[in-house]
Design a protein around this ligand. Structure first.
Ligand SMILES: O=P(O)(O)O[C@H]1[C@H](O)[C@@H](O)[C@H](OP(=O)(O)O)[C@@H](OP(=O)(O)O)[C@H]1O
Length: 925
């Protein structure tokens, strides 16, 4: 019989669709699907009275689960249990789960093969697909066959109490070598009080394990899940049962899913960059006539900028070929065409069903640290590169005007406001005229209100010294436009500080004053907008007043009009209002046009300065920042959508969304040594840049549920769609479009051998300053949270959570000069969970160290929140690492079931970050 391996990203996880599977070879099979999103079948295993091949040998056993699909006769390896040591009656904690997508039917046959493991270092070190000729696969090395049993799924489901007790037989089918019990697990389906007592002897200790569940409790709402499944792909599911401290069972479903957002967000973002840069290039072209010096600079900038846009377009074309992709493997980290795509992004979910407690979900997004791998780290990462770039720009005396990053950002913001507000004001002005022509006072008042609001915003956007100083600078750059003193932007504190130093703009020092420049002209142009709005307001007041008075005095008590007044009204024909307002609106539009043209040019001139200095370095830095941001944003959007869907039922969470916003906590495991310093420097900036992102929740109008991004580099809004029924259940503020802000924080603790080197011979200051800065950010969020959430909620919240104590503890740990202080990560993660935040764990590839950390976090939660029996902590940890979702993650990344650690590396790891024997080794990463 042919044997295939399942459970790899290549084969096992790309399941047949239900319709495909139901009709294989035209034969109909009996479906066992219960509900679209629930696993189809879950069972646990235990053996009894196993017979050892050699007398008195203590058995170390595992069960390998294989599937014989009814349409084929070949055997597909599906999963394994963990190894239970030293007993003839092993009770396995790792169960078997067939997720909703898996083609399994009542006719499907399951084969259970029990092995005695002699050498653990060989076990689980399996390749993904067995070679046809190699019958003795690496998985058989170090283990010997004890016996097997098989059953049909239908037999199990129809059995009394959904339990089968099967004889294990030798390969010739003759001798019975023990029994194996298969018990169906119905997570959340056993009513309160029902219990199934199992007595077992685990590792020599007798303990009565009670299998008991509380009433079913939907943890996230089934409707939400189906919607969520539109963005999550290729789930890998694992099942465990662990004993609690009062000797009952808890059940754990572990799920790991890819997301199509891995590719969708980068594509959206690159399209936006292209749009933004094309628009900027056009604005630079439209700067008007410049002196030969500036004109040459402009030409040079445009050549480079056009090349850059072409490059983004090429990347987008390449990415667009990746239709349907939802995963970038760790081995593709350095691929140029996939640079914007996050590495190994997954939702890692733990669903806990434990006695007496409500079901709980714990989500962590695992992803490779956002970093520009293709560009490399020879010169460091963004944090250092940006800092160096600014310092050089500030200190180089050359023919450019130095605008600080704050000023450049401000210029982009002004340009963005112009582009947004000008069309809006024009629309509201037209609506006002429309109301006027309909002679509708109420509608006129409403239109005027909207017009005034937007115009005030518009006027406010230019209330900045930067616009004035840039106008002056631009004037000097025009042919013949020269000044005595160089214009210098004064709005940033850094600049006022640098005023004490000699001014850097030496070229302009020698330029004589140009007497023609009228510095007040801009104020006049700008003020004219306000003035023309005031004229409109006055006119509307007048029109409404006249209308009111004519109506009020013209009608008698019966509502009949005085014929004399009726005459006077008819002398103001209907189009009067329109005609009165029309010229004023035209004036407003003209004044606005004048402001826009000047402000746009002056702000574009600021951007030209930034670009003109150190081409192409400046553009390469922007590219690097875009790449890192894209990876970070893809993860964030994924985390946000998952959080939203799983917490939609929680009114406090929804209130938190629009009153406070969400904390997003990143755990970094990078070392501060060699290339990973650069990665950490990239990551720190990428995560900090997420502050520029806000979310808007909108109603989905079609089946396209994918988020849409709007905005430009300084300011993005991600529109997340919800189906009508869910959208309607949201608070009014969110439905009305109030933005949801995010507060990203990063805590990094290097744990590997490289970090040991950094601690002994290198420098850990980068990690220290990141942790300190981010502690301050976390504290700020906490303060806002306490201020803005309702007092009733806060008093209850404080009773249940000692957040203040946790923060104090974190602060002490951040200050302490302790090596590999992983306490920082546990505290930061706990605070994040308690604050309802979004959790992330990252290392270089999100494969090995991340897997250790995320499994440790899961087991620590089970211990602290779900009373995991203390004697089973390590066993639970080993189960998850040996047979859980994370080893599948390694497999799907590098096609090998081994964490890429060697003994030496592991010796440097903190104790609980070391995987069990047999699961690690030299891997070709
Ligand atoms: O190349 P060796 O010496 O085997 O070291 C590995 C590390 O031990 C792993 O920790 C790295 O993976 P993670 O970044 O997922 O932890 C792993 O990263 P990679 O999978 O990206 O190559 C390697 O750096």
């Amino acid at each position: 019989m042919e044997i295939k391996e399942e459970g790899t990203s290549e084969e096992g996880q790309h399941f047949l669709s239900a319709s495909q599977a139901n009709d294989t070879d035209g034969t109909q099979f009996t479906s066992i699907q219960k509900s679209a999103n629930e696993p189809q079948l879950e069972f646990t295993l235990a053996c009894k009275d196993l017979v050892a091949p050699v007398r008195d040998r203590k058995l170390n056993t595992l069960v390998q689960i294989s599937v014989i699909h009814p349409a084929e006769q070949s055997l597909t390896r599906y999963s394994s249990t963990e190894i239970v040591e030293g007993t003839r009656d092993p009770l396995f904690l790792t169960g078997v789960i067939f997720p909703s997508e898996y083609p399994i039917y009542e006719e499907t046959k399951i084969k259970l093969t029990v092995y005695d493991v002699k050498d653990k270092s060989h076990d689980t070190v399996r390749t993904s697909v067995l070679s046809e000729h190699n019958k003795e696969s690496p998985s058989e090395v170090g283990r010997s066959f004890l016996g097997y049993a098989s059953f049909k799924v239908g037999e199990l489901l129809k059995s009394k109490e959904q339990l089968l007790s099967l004889n294990l037989r030798t390969s010739d089918g003759g001798k019975v070598v023990g029994t194996i019990e298969v018990t169906v697990v119905k997570m959340g389906e056993i009513g309160d009080g029902e219990a199934d007592h199992i007595t077992t002897d685990v590792q020599g200790q007798k303990c009565a394990l009670v299998y008991e569940c509380t009433a079913p409790e939907s943890v996230s709402g089934k409707d939400n899940l189906s919607f969520l499944n539109a963005v999550l792909k290729n789930p890998v599911c694992k099942l465990y049962r662990f004993p609690t401290s009062d000797n009952k069972w808890m059940q754990i479903r572990e799920q790991m899913s890819e997301s199509i957002l891995s590719f969708h967000i980068p594509k959206e973002l690159i399209s936006l960059h292209i749009k933004e840069d094309l628009c900027r290039n056009q604005e630079i072209k439209e700067l008007g006539e410049l002196s030969p010096h500036w004109d040459n600079l402009r030409k040079n900038v445009l050549t480079h900028c056009d090349q850059m846009v072409n490059m983004y377009q090429d990347i987008l074309t390449e990415l667009s070929k990746e239709t349907g992709s939802s995963f970038k493997s760790s081995s593709s980290k350095g691929d140029k065409t996939l640079e914007f795509v996050p590495v190994n992004l997954h939702l890692q979910r733990m669903h806990v069903h434990s006695p007496h407690l409500k079901d709980a979900l714990y989500d962590v997004i695992t992803v490779g640290a956002p970093a520009a791998h293709f560009q490399g780290f020879k010169n460091g990462g963004l944090r250092k590169l940006l800092h160096r770039f600014e310092a050089e720009r500030r200190n180089t005396g050359y023919q450019f005007i130095y605008y600080s990053p704050e000023n450049t950002a401000k210029a982009k913001e002004v340009l963005s406001s112009i582009n947004q507000l000008q069309p809006l004001i024009a629309t509201h002005a037209d609506l006002l005229l429309n109301s006027a022509s309909q002679r509708s006072p109420d509608s006129l008042k409403n239109s005027l209100k909207m017009l005034s609001e937007k115009t005030e915003l518009f006027v406010h956007a230019f209330k900045d010294q930067l616009v004035r100083s840039a106008l002056l600078a631009l004037y000097t750059a025009r042919p013949g436009g020269i000044l005595k003193k160089p214009p210098s932007p004064k709005s940033s504190p850094e600049d006022s500080h640098s005023q004490d130093q000699p001014p850097p703009m030496r070229r302009q020092d020698s330029i004589p004053h140009h007497s023609d420049y009228d510095e007040e002209e801009w104020d006049r142009v700008w003020a004219n907008v306000g003035k023309s709005l005031n004229c409109i307001i006055a006119m509307v007041d007048k029109l409404i007043e006249r209308d009111g008075s004519s109506e009020g005095s013209g009608g008698d008590k019966d509502g009949e009009k005085d014929p004399a007044l009726a005459d006077s009204i008819s002398s103001h024909p209907r189009e009067d209002w329109y005609e009165q307002l029309h010229p004023l609106i035209l004036t407003l539009k003209d004044c606005m046009g004048e402001v826009v043209s000047r402000a746009k040019q002056s702000m574009t001139f600021v951007l030209l300065q930034e670009l003109a200095y150190s081409l192409p370095q400046c553009l390469m830095l922007t590219l690097r920042r875009d790449i890192v941001f894209s990876q970070a944003l893809a993860g964030l959007v994924c985390g946000f959508i998952i959080k939203l869907h799983t917490s939609l039922h929680d009114p406090e969470f929804l209130q938190q969304l629009y009153t406070v916003g969400l904390i997003v906590q990143y755990e970094g495991l990078l070392s501060t040594y060699s290339d990973e310093i650069g990665m950490l420097e990239d990551m720190a900036v990428g995560i900090s840049d997420l502050k520029k992102v806000a979310f808007k929740i909108i109603e989905a109008k079609s089946n396209d549920v994918l988020p849409v991004i709007t905005g430009r580099r300084e300011n993005y809004v991600v529109e997340v769609k919800l189906p009508a029924t869910m959208f309607e259940s949201l608070p009014l503020q969110i439905r009305e479009g109030q933005l949801v802000h995010v507060y990203p924080v990063l805590f990094n603790v290097g744990i590997n051998e490289q970090q040991t080197l950094a601690e002994r011979f290198g420098d850990v200051s980068l990690q220290e300053s990141i942790n300190q800065e981010n502690f301050e950010l976390l504290k700020e969020y906490y303060t806002v949270f306490m201020e803005k959430m309702p007092p009733d909620y806060i008093s209850q919240f404080q009773e249940q959570n000692d957040l203040k104590g946790l923060l104090e503890n974190l602060h002490q740990n951040v200050q302490a000069k302790k090596r590999k202080n992983v306490e920082i990560m546990w505290l930061a993660a706990t605070i994040c969970r308690k604050l309802n935040g979004i959790r992330f764990t990252c290392c270089k590839s999100a494969k090995d160290r991340t897997s250790m950390s995320v499994t440790l976090e899961q087991c620590s939660i089970l211990r602290d929140e779900h009373q995991l029996h203390k004697d089973f902590f390590i066993r639970a940890l080993d189960c998850m690492r040996r047979e859980g979702c994370r080893i599948e993650n390694v497999l799907k990344n590098i096609k090998c079931r081994k964490y890429a650690f060697n003994m030496l590396q592991l010796m440097a790891f903190p104790k609980y970050y070391r995987p069990p024997e047999g699961t690690y080794g030299k891997a070709d990463t």
